[in-house]
Design a protein around this ligand. Structure first.
Ligand code: BG6
Length: 522
Protein backbone atom coordinates (compact mmCIF):
# COMPACT_ATOMS: atom_id res chain seq x y z
CA UNK A 1 0.00 0.00 0.00
CA UNK A 2 1.51 3.31 -1.05
CA UNK A 3 2.07 5.82 1.69
CA UNK A 4 -0.28 8.60 0.74
CA UNK A 5 1.81 11.17 2.61
CA UNK A 6 4.40 10.84 -0.17
CA UNK A 7 1.92 12.32 -2.61
CA UNK A 8 3.36 15.73 -3.24
CA UNK A 9 1.79 16.41 -6.62
CA UNK A 10 -1.46 17.63 -5.11
CA UNK A 11 -1.73 21.18 -3.93
CA UNK A 12 -3.92 20.09 -1.05
CA UNK A 13 -3.84 16.35 -0.39
CA UNK A 14 -6.98 16.57 1.74
CA UNK A 15 -8.95 17.62 -1.29
CA UNK A 16 -7.92 15.22 -4.03
CA UNK A 17 -10.94 15.70 -6.30
CA UNK A 18 -10.58 12.29 -7.89
CA UNK A 19 -10.48 10.57 -4.51
CA UNK A 20 -7.29 8.64 -5.28
CA UNK A 21 -4.84 9.38 -2.55
CA UNK A 22 -6.13 11.26 0.36
CA UNK A 23 -4.09 11.91 3.41
CA UNK A 24 -6.38 11.96 6.38
CA UNK A 25 -6.04 14.32 9.28
CA UNK A 26 -5.84 12.72 12.73
CA UNK A 27 -9.21 12.20 14.40
CA UNK A 28 -11.05 10.78 17.40
CA UNK A 29 -14.13 8.81 16.38
CA UNK A 30 -16.94 8.68 18.94
CA UNK A 31 -19.37 5.85 18.21
CA UNK A 32 -22.77 6.09 19.90
CA UNK A 33 -24.33 2.64 19.91
CA UNK A 34 -20.97 0.88 20.18
CA UNK A 35 -22.52 -2.27 21.57
CA UNK A 36 -24.92 -2.61 18.65
CA UNK A 37 -25.10 -4.78 15.59
CA UNK A 38 -23.88 -2.22 13.10
CA UNK A 39 -20.75 -1.40 15.08
CA UNK A 40 -19.86 -5.05 15.43
CA UNK A 41 -20.76 -6.23 11.94
CA UNK A 42 -19.75 -3.25 9.84
CA UNK A 43 -17.97 -0.34 11.52
CA UNK A 44 -15.25 -2.08 13.48
CA UNK A 45 -14.41 -4.59 10.72
CA UNK A 46 -14.17 -1.63 8.29
CA UNK A 47 -11.93 0.36 10.64
CA UNK A 48 -9.72 -2.63 11.30
CA UNK A 49 -9.45 -3.28 7.56
CA UNK A 50 -8.42 0.35 7.01
CA UNK A 51 -5.77 -0.09 9.70
CA UNK A 52 -4.59 -3.25 7.94
CA UNK A 53 -4.21 -1.33 4.70
CA UNK A 54 -2.45 1.52 6.50
CA UNK A 55 -5.17 3.91 5.49
CA UNK A 56 -6.07 5.25 8.93
CA UNK A 57 -4.33 8.43 10.06
CA UNK A 58 -1.51 7.89 12.52
CA UNK A 59 -3.31 9.96 15.15
CA UNK A 60 -6.48 7.95 15.61
CA UNK A 61 -8.68 6.74 18.44
CA UNK A 62 -12.17 5.33 18.91
CA UNK A 63 -14.37 6.07 21.89
CA UNK A 64 -17.27 3.65 22.00
CA UNK A 65 -20.36 4.50 23.98
CA UNK A 66 -23.39 2.54 25.04
CA UNK A 67 -25.32 1.96 28.21
CA UNK A 68 -23.70 -1.39 29.08
CA UNK A 69 -20.91 -1.00 31.66
CA UNK A 70 -17.60 -2.28 30.25
CA UNK A 71 -13.92 -1.54 30.76
CA UNK A 72 -11.75 -0.55 27.80
CA UNK A 73 -10.34 -4.08 27.85
CA UNK A 74 -13.76 -5.73 27.83
CA UNK A 75 -14.77 -3.51 24.90
CA UNK A 76 -11.57 -4.44 23.06
CA UNK A 77 -12.24 -8.13 23.64
CA UNK A 78 -15.77 -7.79 22.33
CA UNK A 79 -14.57 -5.96 19.23
CA UNK A 80 -11.80 -8.52 18.74
CA UNK A 81 -14.40 -11.26 18.54
CA UNK A 82 -16.69 -9.40 16.19
CA UNK A 83 -13.92 -8.25 13.85
CA UNK A 84 -12.67 -11.82 13.60
CA UNK A 85 -16.18 -13.02 12.90
CA UNK A 86 -17.31 -10.35 10.44
CA UNK A 87 -14.16 -9.40 8.57
CA UNK A 88 -14.99 -10.31 5.01
CA UNK A 89 -11.72 -12.03 4.23
CA UNK A 90 -8.79 -13.47 6.09
CA UNK A 91 -6.82 -10.29 6.69
CA UNK A 92 -6.76 -10.78 10.45
CA UNK A 93 -3.35 -10.25 11.98
CA UNK A 94 -2.96 -10.68 15.76
CA UNK A 95 0.00 -8.27 16.05
CA UNK A 96 -1.75 -5.58 14.11
CA UNK A 97 -4.84 -6.12 16.22
CA UNK A 98 -2.84 -5.46 19.40
CA UNK A 99 -1.65 -2.19 17.94
CA UNK A 100 -5.15 -1.24 16.73
CA UNK A 101 -6.85 -2.28 19.98
CA UNK A 102 -4.77 0.20 21.97
CA UNK A 103 -6.67 2.93 20.15
CA UNK A 104 -10.07 1.62 21.30
CA UNK A 105 -11.67 3.12 24.39
CA UNK A 106 -15.06 2.92 25.96
CA UNK A 107 -17.36 5.10 28.05
CA UNK A 108 -20.60 3.64 29.43
CA UNK A 109 -23.40 6.10 29.94
CA UNK A 110 -27.03 6.96 29.55
CA UNK A 111 -27.55 9.14 26.50
CA UNK A 112 -30.19 11.21 28.27
CA UNK A 113 -27.81 12.09 31.10
CA UNK A 114 -25.57 15.16 30.72
CA UNK A 115 -22.94 13.35 32.83
CA UNK A 116 -22.40 10.94 29.93
CA UNK A 117 -21.25 13.81 27.70
CA UNK A 118 -18.99 15.20 30.41
CA UNK A 119 -17.36 11.76 30.63
CA UNK A 120 -16.96 11.67 26.84
CA UNK A 121 -15.47 15.16 26.91
CA UNK A 122 -12.91 14.10 29.52
CA UNK A 123 -12.08 10.98 27.50
CA UNK A 124 -11.69 13.05 24.35
CA UNK A 125 -9.15 15.27 26.13
CA UNK A 126 -7.31 12.15 27.24
CA UNK A 127 -7.17 10.50 23.81
CA UNK A 128 -6.21 13.82 22.24
CA UNK A 129 -3.08 13.69 24.41
CA UNK A 130 -2.40 9.97 24.18
CA UNK A 131 -3.16 9.39 20.50
CA UNK A 132 -2.49 12.86 19.04
CA UNK A 133 -5.94 13.14 17.48
CA UNK A 134 -5.32 16.78 16.62
CA UNK A 135 -8.55 18.19 18.07
CA UNK A 136 -10.66 16.65 15.28
CA UNK A 137 -13.77 14.75 16.32
CA UNK A 138 -16.11 12.59 14.31
CA UNK A 139 -19.39 11.57 15.95
CA UNK A 140 -21.09 8.49 14.58
CA UNK A 141 -24.76 8.00 15.49
CA UNK A 142 -25.52 4.32 15.35
CA UNK A 143 -28.02 4.13 18.20
CA UNK A 144 -31.74 3.53 17.99
CA UNK A 145 -33.06 6.41 15.87
CA UNK A 146 -35.11 7.81 18.76
CA UNK A 147 -31.80 8.85 20.39
CA UNK A 148 -30.50 10.84 17.43
CA UNK A 149 -32.09 14.16 18.40
CA UNK A 150 -31.30 13.97 22.13
CA UNK A 151 -27.65 13.04 21.48
CA UNK A 152 -27.21 15.95 19.08
CA UNK A 153 -28.78 18.37 21.55
CA UNK A 154 -26.61 17.08 24.39
CA UNK A 155 -23.48 17.42 22.26
CA UNK A 156 -24.41 21.04 21.68
CA UNK A 157 -25.17 21.68 25.34
CA UNK A 158 -21.91 20.05 26.45
CA UNK A 159 -19.90 22.32 24.16
CA UNK A 160 -18.83 19.38 22.01
CA UNK A 161 -20.31 20.51 18.70
CA UNK A 162 -19.00 23.10 16.26
CA UNK A 163 -21.59 25.68 17.10
CA UNK A 164 -20.39 25.79 20.69
CA UNK A 165 -17.13 26.93 22.26
CA UNK A 166 -14.43 24.50 21.26
CA UNK A 167 -12.65 22.94 24.23
CA UNK A 168 -9.94 21.36 22.07
CA UNK A 169 -8.90 24.36 20.04
CA UNK A 170 -8.97 24.17 16.29
CA UNK A 171 -10.28 21.02 14.71
CA UNK A 172 -13.34 19.77 12.90
CA UNK A 173 -16.51 18.33 14.40
CA UNK A 174 -18.36 16.11 11.97
CA UNK A 175 -21.52 14.15 12.51
CA UNK A 176 -22.44 10.91 10.74
CA UNK A 177 -26.09 9.90 11.04
CA UNK A 178 -27.07 6.34 10.22
CA UNK A 179 -30.27 5.62 8.40
CA UNK A 180 -33.19 5.88 8.84
CA UNK A 181 -33.20 9.66 8.79
CA UNK A 182 -36.73 10.07 10.16
CA UNK A 183 -39.64 7.68 9.97
CA UNK A 184 -41.50 9.85 7.45
CA UNK A 185 -41.29 13.32 5.95
CA UNK A 186 -42.38 15.15 9.10
CA UNK A 187 -40.00 13.34 11.46
CA UNK A 188 -37.15 13.77 8.97
CA UNK A 189 -37.79 17.52 9.00
CA UNK A 190 -38.01 17.67 12.79
CA UNK A 191 -34.73 15.78 13.13
CA UNK A 192 -33.11 18.07 10.61
CA UNK A 193 -34.20 21.15 12.60
CA UNK A 194 -32.33 19.76 15.59
CA UNK A 195 -29.27 18.92 13.50
CA UNK A 196 -29.15 22.38 11.94
CA UNK A 197 -29.27 24.09 15.32
CA UNK A 198 -26.12 22.29 16.41
CA UNK A 199 -24.08 21.36 13.31
CA UNK A 200 -23.58 23.37 10.10
CA UNK A 201 -24.73 21.42 7.04
CA UNK A 202 -21.17 21.04 5.74
CA UNK A 203 -20.33 18.94 8.81
CA UNK A 204 -23.36 16.64 8.55
CA UNK A 205 -23.01 13.27 6.82
CA UNK A 206 -26.27 11.33 6.36
CA UNK A 207 -25.25 7.84 5.44
CA UNK A 208 -26.82 5.58 2.85
CA UNK A 209 -24.34 2.76 2.61
CA UNK A 210 -25.55 1.68 -0.84
CA UNK A 211 -23.97 4.83 -2.28
CA UNK A 212 -20.63 3.64 -0.91
CA UNK A 213 -20.82 0.30 -2.70
CA UNK A 214 -18.10 0.03 -5.31
CA UNK A 215 -20.49 -1.01 -8.04
CA UNK A 216 -22.92 1.84 -7.37
CA UNK A 217 -20.00 4.23 -7.79
CA UNK A 218 -19.13 2.35 -10.96
CA UNK A 219 -22.46 3.46 -12.41
CA UNK A 220 -20.88 6.94 -12.58
CA UNK A 221 -17.75 5.59 -14.21
CA UNK A 222 -19.75 3.54 -16.68
CA UNK A 223 -22.15 6.30 -17.65
CA UNK A 224 -19.87 9.30 -17.61
CA UNK A 225 -16.46 7.78 -18.36
CA UNK A 226 -17.61 6.32 -21.70
CA UNK A 227 -18.98 7.99 -24.76
CA UNK A 228 -21.00 5.09 -26.15
CA UNK A 229 -23.72 4.49 -23.55
CA UNK A 230 -24.94 7.95 -22.65
CA UNK A 231 -26.42 8.66 -26.11
CA UNK A 232 -28.69 5.63 -25.58
CA UNK A 233 -29.59 6.56 -22.04
CA UNK A 234 -33.05 8.05 -22.51
CA UNK A 235 -36.67 7.50 -23.46
CA UNK A 236 -35.90 7.01 -27.16
CA UNK A 237 -33.87 3.85 -26.55
CA UNK A 238 -34.71 2.65 -23.05
CA UNK A 239 -37.91 0.68 -22.77
CA UNK A 240 -37.91 0.29 -19.00
CA UNK A 241 -35.62 -0.17 -16.02
CA UNK A 242 -35.80 -2.81 -13.28
CA UNK A 243 -34.02 -2.40 -9.97
CA UNK A 244 -34.00 -5.41 -7.67
CA UNK A 245 -32.54 -5.81 -4.19
CA UNK A 246 -33.35 -9.34 -3.06
CA UNK A 247 -32.28 -10.90 0.20
CA UNK A 248 -32.55 -14.57 1.04
CA UNK A 249 -32.41 -14.00 4.80
CA UNK A 250 -35.46 -13.25 6.91
CA UNK A 251 -35.59 -10.59 9.60
CA UNK A 252 -33.50 -12.58 12.08
CA UNK A 253 -33.24 -10.89 15.46
CA UNK A 254 -34.61 -7.59 14.14
CA UNK A 255 -38.29 -8.58 14.28
CA UNK A 256 -39.39 -5.76 16.60
CA UNK A 257 -37.60 -3.06 14.56
CA UNK A 258 -38.65 -4.50 11.24
CA UNK A 259 -42.30 -4.85 12.18
CA UNK A 260 -42.46 -1.05 12.52
CA UNK A 261 -40.34 -0.40 9.44
CA UNK A 262 -41.05 -2.73 6.53
CA UNK A 263 -39.30 -3.05 3.19
CA UNK A 264 -40.58 0.20 1.68
CA UNK A 265 -39.00 2.31 4.42
CA UNK A 266 -36.03 0.05 5.05
CA UNK A 267 -34.84 -0.43 1.46
CA UNK A 268 -36.80 1.61 -1.09
CA UNK A 269 -37.03 5.04 0.54
CA UNK A 270 -33.27 5.18 0.92
CA UNK A 271 -31.12 2.64 -0.86
CA UNK A 272 -33.11 1.93 -4.00
CA UNK A 273 -34.27 5.46 -4.72
CA UNK A 274 -30.63 6.51 -4.40
CA UNK A 275 -29.65 3.83 -6.89
CA UNK A 276 -32.43 4.94 -9.21
CA UNK A 277 -31.22 8.54 -8.92
CA UNK A 278 -27.67 7.45 -9.77
CA UNK A 279 -28.87 5.57 -12.85
CA UNK A 280 -31.16 8.32 -14.08
CA UNK A 281 -29.52 11.62 -13.04
CA UNK A 282 -28.02 14.06 -15.49
CA UNK A 283 -24.22 14.16 -15.65
CA UNK A 284 -22.78 16.69 -13.26
CA UNK A 285 -20.24 19.09 -14.74
CA UNK A 286 -17.61 17.95 -12.24
CA UNK A 287 -17.25 15.08 -9.80
CA UNK A 288 -17.57 17.17 -6.68
CA UNK A 289 -19.87 16.76 -3.71
CA UNK A 290 -22.41 19.45 -4.38
CA UNK A 291 -22.36 19.15 -8.15
CA UNK A 292 -23.12 15.41 -7.95
CA UNK A 293 -25.62 15.77 -5.15
CA UNK A 294 -27.48 18.57 -6.92
CA UNK A 295 -28.09 16.29 -9.89
CA UNK A 296 -29.16 13.37 -7.74
CA UNK A 297 -31.49 15.61 -5.77
CA UNK A 298 -32.98 17.03 -8.97
CA UNK A 299 -33.74 13.55 -10.20
CA UNK A 300 -35.37 12.55 -6.92
CA UNK A 301 -37.57 15.63 -7.13
CA UNK A 302 -38.61 14.66 -10.67
CA UNK A 303 -40.05 11.30 -9.64
CA UNK A 304 -43.80 11.52 -10.07
CA UNK A 305 -45.67 11.44 -6.77
CA UNK A 306 -48.50 8.90 -6.95
CA UNK A 307 -52.05 9.99 -6.29
CA UNK A 308 -53.70 7.96 -3.54
CA UNK A 309 -56.04 6.45 -6.11
CA UNK A 310 -53.04 5.21 -8.15
CA UNK A 311 -51.16 3.55 -5.32
CA UNK A 312 -52.63 0.07 -5.25
CA UNK A 313 -52.10 -0.42 -8.98
CA UNK A 314 -48.53 0.92 -8.89
CA UNK A 315 -47.15 -0.25 -5.59
CA UNK A 316 -47.49 -3.82 -4.36
CA UNK A 317 -46.51 -5.01 -0.90
CA UNK A 318 -45.85 -8.56 0.17
CA UNK A 319 -45.18 -10.56 3.29
CA UNK A 320 -43.55 -13.97 3.42
CA UNK A 321 -45.32 -16.97 4.78
CA UNK A 322 -43.77 -20.21 6.02
CA UNK A 323 -42.24 -22.69 3.61
CA UNK A 324 -40.19 -25.84 3.54
CA UNK A 325 -36.96 -25.30 1.62
CA UNK A 326 -34.47 -28.10 1.06
CA UNK A 327 -35.90 -30.07 3.97
CA UNK A 328 -35.72 -27.08 6.29
CA UNK A 329 -38.81 -25.48 7.82
CA UNK A 330 -38.67 -21.72 7.27
CA UNK A 331 -40.83 -19.57 9.51
CA UNK A 332 -43.24 -17.06 8.08
CA UNK A 333 -42.74 -13.43 9.09
CA UNK A 334 -45.61 -13.58 11.57
CA UNK A 335 -43.94 -16.51 13.33
CA UNK A 336 -40.63 -14.68 13.73
CA UNK A 337 -39.40 -13.63 17.14
CA UNK A 338 -40.98 -10.40 18.48
CA UNK A 339 -43.41 -10.14 15.56
CA UNK A 340 -47.15 -9.97 16.14
CA UNK A 341 -49.18 -12.88 14.66
CA UNK A 342 -51.29 -10.45 12.63
CA UNK A 343 -48.53 -8.02 11.59
CA UNK A 344 -49.36 -6.04 8.43
CA UNK A 345 -45.69 -5.31 7.73
CA UNK A 346 -44.38 -5.43 4.14
CA UNK A 347 -41.35 -7.71 3.92
CA UNK A 348 -41.50 -7.17 0.16
CA UNK A 349 -42.18 -3.89 -1.56
CA UNK A 350 -42.41 -3.12 -5.25
CA UNK A 351 -43.40 -0.02 -7.16
CA UNK A 352 -43.58 1.49 -10.61
CA UNK A 353 -42.15 4.99 -10.78
CA UNK A 354 -42.02 7.51 -13.59
CA UNK A 355 -39.59 10.38 -13.90
CA UNK A 356 -41.24 13.50 -15.21
CA UNK A 357 -38.47 15.08 -17.22
CA UNK A 358 -37.44 15.23 -20.89
CA UNK A 359 -35.00 12.36 -20.65
CA UNK A 360 -37.29 9.82 -19.04
CA UNK A 361 -40.91 10.79 -19.78
CA UNK A 362 -42.98 7.63 -20.10
CA UNK A 363 -40.24 5.13 -19.13
CA UNK A 364 -41.29 2.92 -16.20
CA UNK A 365 -38.77 2.29 -13.43
CA UNK A 366 -39.77 -0.88 -11.60
CA UNK A 367 -38.28 -1.30 -8.17
CA UNK A 368 -38.55 -4.25 -5.80
CA UNK A 369 -36.95 -5.45 -2.63
CA UNK A 370 -37.77 -8.24 -0.28
CA UNK A 371 -36.64 -10.60 2.43
CA UNK A 372 -36.75 -14.38 2.03
CA UNK A 373 -36.51 -14.26 -1.75
CA UNK A 374 -34.66 -17.09 -3.52
CA UNK A 375 -31.22 -15.47 -3.40
CA UNK A 376 -29.24 -12.44 -2.37
CA UNK A 377 -28.83 -10.25 -5.40
CA UNK A 378 -28.91 -6.54 -6.15
CA UNK A 379 -28.95 -5.43 -9.76
CA UNK A 380 -30.11 -2.79 -12.19
CA UNK A 381 -31.46 -4.06 -15.52
CA UNK A 382 -31.92 -1.61 -18.36
CA UNK A 383 -34.13 -2.95 -21.09
CA UNK A 384 -33.57 -1.28 -24.45
CA UNK A 385 -36.18 -1.16 -27.19
CA UNK A 386 -36.32 -3.91 -29.76
CA UNK A 387 -35.06 -3.36 -33.28
CA UNK A 388 -37.91 -1.61 -35.13
CA UNK A 389 -38.43 -4.39 -37.67
CA UNK A 390 -37.47 -8.03 -37.96
CA UNK A 391 -35.80 -8.95 -41.23
CA UNK A 392 -35.74 -12.63 -40.27
CA UNK A 393 -38.69 -14.01 -42.27
CA UNK A 394 -41.04 -11.91 -40.26
CA UNK A 395 -40.24 -13.81 -37.02
CA UNK A 396 -40.77 -11.31 -34.19
CA UNK A 397 -37.42 -10.72 -32.50
CA UNK A 398 -38.98 -11.45 -29.12
CA UNK A 399 -39.63 -15.01 -30.27
CA UNK A 400 -35.89 -15.80 -30.08
CA UNK A 401 -35.93 -16.15 -26.31
CA UNK A 402 -37.09 -13.03 -24.57
CA UNK A 403 -36.24 -9.41 -25.22
CA UNK A 404 -32.65 -8.92 -26.30
CA UNK A 405 -30.62 -5.78 -25.60
CA UNK A 406 -30.67 -5.67 -21.87
CA UNK A 407 -27.84 -4.15 -19.89
CA UNK A 408 -27.43 -5.56 -16.40
CA UNK A 409 -25.39 -3.75 -13.80
CA UNK A 410 -24.75 -6.27 -11.03
CA UNK A 411 -24.30 -4.49 -7.72
CA UNK A 412 -23.81 -7.61 -5.59
CA UNK A 413 -22.71 -10.35 -5.39
CA UNK A 414 -20.62 -11.26 -8.50
CA UNK A 415 -20.18 -7.57 -9.22
CA UNK A 416 -20.04 -6.82 -12.89
CA UNK A 417 -21.86 -5.75 -16.03
CA UNK A 418 -23.51 -7.85 -18.75
CA UNK A 419 -24.97 -6.88 -22.09
CA UNK A 420 -27.42 -9.22 -23.75
CA UNK A 421 -27.85 -9.23 -27.49
CA UNK A 422 -29.05 -11.55 -30.21
CA UNK A 423 -26.52 -13.65 -32.04
CA UNK A 424 -26.74 -16.13 -34.86
CA UNK A 425 -26.74 -19.70 -33.67
CA UNK A 426 -24.09 -21.83 -35.37
CA UNK A 427 -25.62 -23.85 -38.21
CA UNK A 428 -26.74 -23.55 -41.78
CA UNK A 429 -30.06 -21.94 -40.92
CA UNK A 430 -30.67 -18.42 -39.62
CA UNK A 431 -31.68 -18.97 -36.02
CA UNK A 432 -30.94 -16.32 -33.43
CA UNK A 433 -30.37 -16.68 -29.73
CA UNK A 434 -29.68 -14.19 -26.93
CA UNK A 435 -26.07 -14.25 -25.69
CA UNK A 436 -24.29 -12.22 -23.11
CA UNK A 437 -21.12 -10.17 -23.05
CA UNK A 438 -19.81 -10.12 -19.52
CA UNK A 439 -17.49 -7.98 -17.47
CA UNK A 440 -16.64 -9.31 -14.05
CA UNK A 441 -15.01 -7.08 -11.48
CA UNK A 442 -13.08 -9.81 -9.73
CA UNK A 443 -11.65 -11.30 -12.93
CA UNK A 444 -10.77 -7.97 -14.51
CA UNK A 445 -9.14 -6.31 -11.56
CA UNK A 446 -8.15 -9.28 -9.42
CA UNK A 447 -8.27 -6.98 -6.44
CA UNK A 448 -10.50 -6.93 -3.43
CA UNK A 449 -13.07 -4.13 -3.43
CA UNK A 450 -13.45 -2.12 -0.24
CA UNK A 451 -16.71 -2.49 1.65
CA UNK A 452 -19.13 0.43 1.54
CA UNK A 453 -18.29 1.32 5.14
CA UNK A 454 -14.56 1.48 4.43
CA UNK A 455 -15.19 3.88 1.56
CA UNK A 456 -17.62 6.03 3.49
CA UNK A 457 -15.47 6.22 6.62
CA UNK A 458 -12.48 7.38 4.58
CA UNK A 459 -14.72 9.89 2.83
CA UNK A 460 -16.02 11.47 5.99
CA UNK A 461 -12.50 11.65 7.45
CA UNK A 462 -11.45 13.39 4.22
CA UNK A 463 -14.43 15.74 4.41
CA UNK A 464 -15.91 14.42 1.16
CA UNK A 465 -19.70 14.18 1.16
CA UNK A 466 -20.20 13.12 -2.48
CA UNK A 467 -21.50 9.70 -1.45
CA UNK A 468 -23.58 10.93 1.47
CA UNK A 469 -27.16 12.11 1.15
CA UNK A 470 -28.37 15.62 1.78
CA UNK A 471 -31.50 16.84 3.50
CA UNK A 472 -33.20 17.81 0.22
CA UNK A 473 -32.59 14.28 -1.10
CA UNK A 474 -33.89 12.71 2.09
CA UNK A 475 -37.03 14.83 1.96
CA UNK A 476 -37.60 14.20 -1.75
CA UNK A 477 -37.48 10.46 -1.24
CA UNK A 478 -39.82 10.57 1.76
CA UNK A 479 -42.16 12.56 -0.45
CA UNK A 480 -42.04 9.84 -3.10
CA UNK A 481 -42.93 7.05 -0.70
CA UNK A 482 -45.39 9.02 1.41
CA UNK A 483 -48.60 8.22 -0.52
CA UNK A 484 -47.59 4.57 -0.65
CA UNK A 485 -47.00 4.45 3.10
CA UNK A 486 -50.34 6.12 3.72
CA UNK A 487 -52.45 3.98 1.42
CA UNK A 488 -50.74 0.75 2.50
CA UNK A 489 -51.18 1.82 6.11
CA UNK A 490 -54.94 2.15 5.58
CA UNK A 491 -55.40 -1.07 3.63
CA UNK A 492 -55.79 -4.52 5.12
CA UNK A 493 -53.78 -6.87 2.91
CA UNK A 494 -54.31 -10.58 2.77
CA UNK A 495 -50.88 -11.46 4.18
CA UNK A 496 -48.87 -13.61 3.91
CA UNK A 497 -49.00 -13.44 0.12
CA UNK A 498 -45.74 -15.08 -0.90
CA UNK A 499 -43.93 -18.18 0.25
CA UNK A 500 -40.47 -17.82 1.73
CA UNK A 501 -38.04 -18.71 -1.05
CA UNK A 502 -40.21 -17.40 -3.91
CA UNK A 503 -39.85 -14.18 -5.93
CA UNK A 504 -42.67 -12.35 -4.15
CA UNK A 505 -46.42 -11.96 -4.59
CA UNK A 506 -48.23 -12.61 -7.84
CA UNK A 507 -49.64 -9.07 -7.72
CA UNK A 508 -46.10 -7.74 -8.24
CA UNK A 509 -45.94 -9.71 -11.50
CA UNK A 510 -49.32 -8.38 -12.52
CA UNK A 511 -48.16 -4.83 -11.90
CA UNK A 512 -45.58 -5.22 -14.69
CA UNK A 513 -47.93 -7.32 -16.80
CA UNK A 514 -50.23 -4.32 -17.14
CA UNK A 515 -47.42 -2.54 -19.01
CA UNK A 516 -46.63 -5.61 -21.10
CA UNK A 517 -43.46 -6.33 -19.08
CA UNK A 518 -42.28 -8.99 -16.68
CA UNK A 519 -39.73 -9.16 -13.91
CA UNK A 520 -36.55 -10.81 -14.94
CA UNK A 521 -35.23 -13.63 -12.79
CA UNK A 522 -31.73 -12.57 -11.76
C1 BG6 B 1 -29.89 -2.18 5.66
C2 BG6 B 1 -31.28 -2.67 5.97
O1 BG6 B 1 -29.87 -0.80 5.50
O2 BG6 B 1 -29.43 -2.79 4.47
C3 BG6 B 1 -31.28 -4.17 6.11
O3 BG6 B 1 -31.73 -2.06 7.17
C4 BG6 B 1 -30.68 -4.83 4.89
O4 BG6 B 1 -32.59 -4.67 6.33
C5 BG6 B 1 -29.34 -4.21 4.56
O5 BG6 B 1 -30.53 -6.21 5.16
C6 BG6 B 1 -28.80 -4.72 3.26
O6 BG6 B 1 -27.50 -4.25 3.07
P1 BG6 B 1 -26.45 -5.06 2.20
O7 BG6 B 1 -25.26 -4.16 2.15
O8 BG6 B 1 -26.21 -6.35 2.91
O9 BG6 B 1 -27.09 -5.26 0.87
Amino acid sequence: MADSSSNSSLANPFEDPLRFQRRLEPVALVIFGANGDLTMRKLLPALYRLAYERRLPAGFAVIGNSRTPMTDDAFRQKMYESVKQFLEDSAFDEDLWMEFARKLHYIAGDLNDPACYEAIKAKLAEVDQDHATGGNILYYLSTQPSYYAPVIEHLGAAGLAPKSANPFGAGYRRLVIEKPFGHDLETARTLNDVVQRVFPEQDVYRIDHYLGKETVQNVFAFRFGNGIFEPLWDRRYVNHVQITAAESIGVGGRGAFYQETGALRDMIQGHLLQIMATVAMEPSAVFEPDAVRDERAKLLRSIRIMKDSEVLANAVPGQYGPARIGGEEIKGFRQEDKVSPDAQTDTFASATFFVDNWRWAGVPFYIRSGKRLPKRVTEIAIQFNEAPHSVFSGEPLGSFGGRPNMLILRIQPEEGISLRFLSKQPGTGMRLRPVSMDFNYGTSFGARTPTAYETLLVDVMAGDSTLYTRQDMVEASWQVVRPIMEVWGNTKFDFPNYEAGSWGPRAAEEMLGRHGHQWRTP
